[in-house]
Each structure stands twice: as C-alpha cells, then as structure tokens.
Design a protein around this ligand. Sequence first.
Ligand code: NGQ
Ligand code: ZN
Length: 462
Amino acid sequence: MPDLHLDQALLPGGWARDVRVEVSAGGDFGEVLPGGDREGTRRVAGAVVPGIPNLHSHAFQRAMAGLTECGSTAEYGFSSWRERMYAFLARLSPDDVQIVASQLYAEMLRHGYTAVAEFHYLRNDPGGRPYAVPHEMALRLHEAAAATGIGLTLLPTLYRVADFGADAPLDEQRRFVATVDEILGDSVALGRALAGNGNRRVGLALHSLRAVPPGDLADAVAALNATDPTAPIHIHVAEQVTEVRACLSWSGASPVEWLLGHAPVDARWCAVHATHMTAEETRALAASGAVAGLCPTTEANLGDGVFPLASYLVAGGRWGVGSDSHVSVSPAADLRMLEYSQRLTMHERSVAGGREVHSTGRALLEGAWAGGAQASGRRLGAIRPGFRADLVVLDTDHPSLVGRDEDQLLDAWIFSGEDTPVRDVMVGGAWVVQDGRHRKQEEIATAYRTVARRAAAALCSG
Ligand code: NGQ
Ligand code: ZN
C-alpha cells in the first residue's frame, strides 16, 4: 500500500506534524518520518493516535447489556446478576456467539478499540459436552474478529470448580468446565490454526481463584510455560468484597495476596479487576510488573468497588482498560468512568494524570495503550516501526473537538460526551471504519437483530 501522510499524529515522542508512515504488506508499521515528503502518499487528515487495545471481554455478554437492571437483579447484588448471565448463556449456539461478537467488535472499532482480549470460557455445548472441535467457540470469536477486522488475543479459560475449597461445579457452569489438558489443548490448537496471522495472539486465562484450585493453577501455568513461555496469562481477582471474605476464610490470605504468594506473577500476567487490595497488596502487584485489568464501566454496573488507582500509580503500577460485560463499547466512556470514580471517592481532579501531568486524557490513553498492549501479548499501542499498524483518526472538525489542539483533543474526546469523534480506523494496515461507518455495519446489524430479539425474549420472560 502507499505510504500514509498523517497531518498530525501522536508518536512515542509526542505530537508531530506531516508524518510519513510506511505500512508493510504484513500490516506492521515500517518507517515513521515526521516532516516527511508527501510524494506518492495517501493523506490522512485529522488527528491520528494509536488504536486502543481492549484487554478484557466476554463477547456474548454484549447481548444482555441493559437486560439486568430490573427486579431482583437490580435489587440484589452480583450473584443475582450472575444467575441471570448463566440463564442467558444457557442456549447460545456457536452461530449466536459469532453474530453477537461480530456486532460487538464492529461497535468497538467505531469507537476506537482496535484489538480485544477475549477471556473465553463459554466452551462446551449446552449439555456440558465439548463440541466436535473442542475449541469451536474460540474459532467463532476468531471468525467474528476476521469479519470485522479487529485484532484478537484469545484466552481459552480454565474453569474447574464452583468456589474456594474445590466445590463441584454447579450445573449452570457445565458449559465452562474442562481439564487443564483440555484447555491447554485448545490453546495449542488455536496457536497452530492462527499462526502467521499478525492480528492474532493466543494465551491462557484462569477464571478466578474461586474456579481454579491451586493444583490446577500450578499445572496450567507449567503446561503453558512448556508450550509458549511468553504467552499472556489473565485471571479475575479481588473483584467483589464477598470474594475477598471467602478467600480469607479459605486460605487466611486475600485474593491478590494469595495470587502473588502462590503464582509466578510477572509482566505476562493480567490481574483483572484487582479492585480490593490493601496498601501492601497494591504496592506488591505494581512491583510484580503485571497489568491491572481495569473494567470501570462493568465494575460500576455490578457495584464492585473502586480500584486504588492513585496509590497504584505512585507505586509504578501498570494498567489497561477493558469493557468486560460491554455495558460500554467505547474507550472514551471506559476511561472517563475510571477517572470519575477516582474523583468521586478522592474529592480531587486529574487522578490518573497526577499533579505534574498536563493532560488527564493523554495520561489515561497512555495507560490504556501500554497496559493493553502488554496484556494482549502483542506489539500494539504506538505508531512506531515494527508495531501493528492500528490507527484511530479523530475528526478535528467534530463539534466536540473543534478548536482543540494536540492533547486537548484527547481531553475533549474523553471528557466531552457520548458522540464519538472517531472518523476512520485502521487495523493491521486495513481501513475497517471510514467516515464513521464500519465496512460491514449493516449486514452485521441485520444478523444481530434476530439473535438479540430472541435472547432478550428468553431473558425477560425468565
Ligand atoms: C464472568 N464477570 O466470568 O463473566 C464474570 C462473572 C464470575 C464478572 N465478574 C462470573 N464481571 O465471576 O463467577
Ligand atoms: Zn471478566
């Protein structure tokens, strides 16, 4: 493809004008030249920033967003939401999941998420038996990503038991349950099937300390190390106060303390949520080099609590952002929620930015780019040679951005409302959103409507 000429772009060293950017045939950035000549280039007007990696997704949950705000699910807490979620997924077929994921990914792309990490545990058929191809559901997520163009880190997820102390799984959890060998088998098979695809990475997730007993956790990590010692490992941890209490009575330690004491947590790891931590745990998680996988809109929706961002940042902690249950599909909304929840509890402003930083929006995005890339196990989040050619073009004539410059554009993007100023989006060198429209938006939405109607009817009558 011809080189791009970016009118203004955020490079690792800061904002630059007239940037000539080479994109390789494989979809990575080649040379990046500020002040480069325009000859033979394709001009990109507006303000260009790196695509944003979304580090935590359960794609199927998109089709139940807004359907759990009524009756007992709103009245009571997390466990009744989870019961609803289990009832919702009970009948979803591979086709349904692929259609829901396609709609979700197209929406994410339109809002500036260019990659997603799927924490994928909906593995078995409705009876709890593996599909003929055991990683069928994961392949459907890959198909949805291929159809929409989004980058994908697939994390087949180990799920063994119902709670701390190795209770047998509940009947409603039968679609999730598999052995360490089976999940590693999925991971290896997916790795082979997707080898050579520059928009893909395969890793592993451990659902939670509730769902994975210590022996299985150790076995899974050892087995992954034997197959792919650099693959990302994600785990849900310390999301709910009840979970912290249960972990304390099971082990004498709280979840983050237990995890750091019993697993080789390092930069490969993503601790999803990590909402409830002592000051000591906050420092220790930061020191581990792991990414805290923050999902602020879902955490707010479920009433989880507020992550201790200020002390985590002081300790040098890395973090990224995810949309999890997809009550939001927008990085701007997710990052705004993150910052606002801090302001509301701390009675301060610019918590993510800290005192010396001039732009809260820039600080939030830099966290999301770096942490999201690390948790995705891919070279993402920077317009830099060798990184994936994932770009978001902001429309500088959009009413919420007009008259702003450089970092002010980022602040206005995040802090001035819902209408997205994302105009064009490139993933792996291919334009997938142009003039605000995803290239397959209509056909994807048509298929989605049928599935969403049926799913909503089933959930609401339940
Ligand atoms: C999940 N989601 O795996 O989708 C969970 C619910 C659980 C959130 N916790 C199930 N946000 O935690 O057991
Ligand atoms: Zn989750």
